[in-house]
Design a protein around this ligand. Structure first.
Ligand code: SAM
Length: 233
């Protein structure tokens, strides 16, 4: 199947792989994905900001939202294209503070200046129109609100050329992932979506162009998995 970034296609793909998504995330990342989420939340705590209203965008099955509970929010909105992923999210977060919403990052159904924090874990790479999503995120944040992105970016200097990692990521991971999730494409899509994505530097430029100040950028793994902390100016 040809790689394409299209909301209908992406939503359907995540609906299909939702039953095995969590297990495969942990397995295929060598159990590092939760460590990256935890360390992002630790830094948000270190910033000593208040986070009563949080948006977990492209929330998927809710692992980042579950970490955000440590920030003691009043409300966490989980927003995603995939209803099946949102159903799993609902099981992980307390009903009285969690508001799952089926929504597109390109058109957020929230008031301007409502949120203190927006977090996106492994989501921005999938957005059909990244520029308009960043503009929307900036709109729904309060001035001074924080925006954290954990993502797999295209490495700056050499692309995905670490030979052993590329062999794993392009050839081995898709075979295991597709087989265990019974998908014929989702884990090929994962490789393609990183290989076709922008570098973390370009992403930071995009944030700066659209009303954010970069607070910190952390390389978690080979310059591919990075966490970017930003503040709405
Ligand atoms: C790789 S999963 C990440 C899930 C979760 N945030 C995590 O940390 O594991 C990406 C999620 O982004 C969602 N997504 C992709 N494009 C989107 C868009 N334009 N608007 C909202 N959600 C989107 C998908 O449905 C999927 O659940």
């Amino acid at each position: 199947m040809k790689y394409e970034k299209n909301k209908q296609f992406i939503g359907k793909m995540f609906d299909e792989i939702s039953p095995t998504y969590d297990k495969l995330n942990h397995l295929l990342s060598g159990y590092q994905d939760n460590r990256w989420r935890k360390s992002a939340v630790k830094y948000l705590q270190f910033l000593q900001h208040e986070y009563p209203f949080i948006l977990d965008l492209a929330s998927g099955s809710g692992d980042l939202g579950a970490e955000f509970l440590k920030l003691k929010p009043q409300k966490i909105f989980s927003a995603d294209l995939s209803l099946e992923m949102l159903k799993i999210d609902r099981q992980k977060l307390p009903e009285d503070i969690n508001y799952p919403v089926k929504a597109e990052a390109e058109h957020l159904p929230f008031k301007t200046g409502y949120f203190d924090l927006c977090g996106i874990g492994f989501g921005v790479r999938n957005f059909e129109n990244l520029d308009s999503c960043i503009i929307e995120i900036c709109r729904v944040l309060k001035p001074g609100g924080r925006f954290v992105t954990i993502e797999m970016f295209k490495p700056a200097k050499s692309g995905l050329t670490n030979r052993s990692f590329r062999l794993y990521f392009e050839k081995i991971l898709p075979k295991i992932g597709n087989t265990l999730s019974s998908s014929n494409f989702a884990y090929d899509y994962l490789f393609e979506s990183v290989d076709n994505f922008i570098t973390v530097q370009s992403y930071e430029n995009l944030l700066q162009k659209n009303g954010f100040k970069i607070l910190r950028s952390k390389n978690n793994f080979l310059g591919i998995v990075n966490t970017v902390f930003a503040e709405k100016m």
